[in-house]
Design a protein around this ligand. Structure first.
Ligand code: FE
Length: 334
């Protein structure tokens, strides 16, 4: 065979076997693409990224079934990871790197999903109108002293559902329902908007305290929009339940999909996402806590100090999600 032809054939063969991995991501492109590009640089594995709304992607994967081109689903909130598992979308994988890096409470017991970054649902408050010493636990927010002073988004939001599911896991349905009734009684307004809107509402004096995910406050403090920085500087973060269970934690995470044609590459990508580089990136860019306790926090996260995290196994939240949704409906949490 002519040498040139041989080289050409070799090239064609290599191209057709060019390593790649297909990712469906509920994380916005800006919050994940730079990391994926770095992965490609390091491994020469191309990442084909499809982004979409979390629940839309879950539905799409169900419809596509075994014909889905996707290898890996990246999404936020453990309730969605568990939903994916319950729908039979994921496969179990073996990776000693993932098992060693990710604490047991933040990954599936059957290795079908893995937490990749941590966030906490915290109390934020106006230091002008709230004495820090009056704040205590999530449970305390049902106390009458908070009447007409609390803002929180709607019960259709998965972050609230997971927080209530965690309360059910910790305290049982009855106590959680009494608490939720008291909390709703204390709302300053009917729930509306996202977490950033609750922060803005506290800053504007619509309410005195709110429940939000920590990275929204950090994002606003470091925002390029001056109005966000101004609002965020008017409020402070409080770590709830430090004498009890600790602050409620949740994850962003991922699972390798059942029909994955690039399973090896998908696992490689997951392992990259828990590497020191990626974990530092999550802290610096997304203002989330690293799943790996040895990684330095970003400066804003650091300024909030160390805190006690609830060590509840997040796998339990899926079990209580339906009860949480029904309970919030019963107590009139819109
Ligand atoms: Fe979010």
């Amino acid at each position: 065979m002519n040498k040139l032809l041989f080289i050409c054939l070799l090239l064609v063969q290599q191209l057709s076997f060019a390593a790649e991995v297909n990712v469906y991501s509920a994380r916005k492109e800006a919050l994940i693409k730079p990391l994926l590009d770095r992965f490609t640089e390091e491994t020469s594995i191309e990442v084909n990224l499809v982004t979409g709304k979390a629940d839309t992607l879950l539905k799409r994967l169900e419809v596509e079934g075994k014909n889905s081109p996707a290898d890996l689903l990246l999404t936020v909130d453990v309730a969605r990871l568990i939903r994916g598992k319950d729908k039979g979308l994921f496969q179990a994988i073996n990776s000693s790197i993932l098992e060693q890096t990710i604490p047991e409470s933040y990954r599936d017991a059957t290795n079908q999903w893995f937490g990749l970054s941590l966030r906490s649902r915290v109390i934020v408050y106006s230091p002008d109108r709230v004495n820090k010493s009056d704040l205590d636990s999530y449970i305390d927010l049902a106390d009458e002293k908070w009447k007409n002073r609390i803002c929180v988004r709607s019960s259709s939001n998965v972050y609230n559902q997971s927080m209530v599911a965690a309360m059910i896991a910790n305290y049982g349905i009855e106590k959680t329902e009494r608490w939720a009734k008291g909390l709703v009684n204390n709302f300053a307004r009917s729930p509306k908007g996202g977490d950033r809107d609750q922060i803005k509402a506290v800053a504007a004096g619509v309410c005195d305290v709110a429940l939000v995910n920590n990275y929204y406050l950090a994002g606003m403090l470091e925002s390029s929009q001056k109005s966000e920085v101004v609002a965020a500087n008017k409020i402070k973060l409080f770590w709830p339940s430090q004498d009890g269970r600790g602050a409620h934690m949740n994850v962003s995470g991922a699972g390798v999909l059942k029909p994955a044609k690039h399973k090896k590459e998908a696992i490689q990508l997951l392992e990259f996402l828990v590497s020191d580089y990626a974990q530092q990136w999550y802290a610096d860019t997304n203002h989330e806590y690293s799943i790996n306790p040895n990684i330095e926090s970003n400066s804003v996260l650091k300024s909030w100090g160390k805190f006690k995290a609830d060590d509840l196994n997040l796998g339990l939240l899926g079990k209580h999600n339906t009860d949480a949704v029904l309970l919030m409906d019963r107590v009139g949490w819109k």
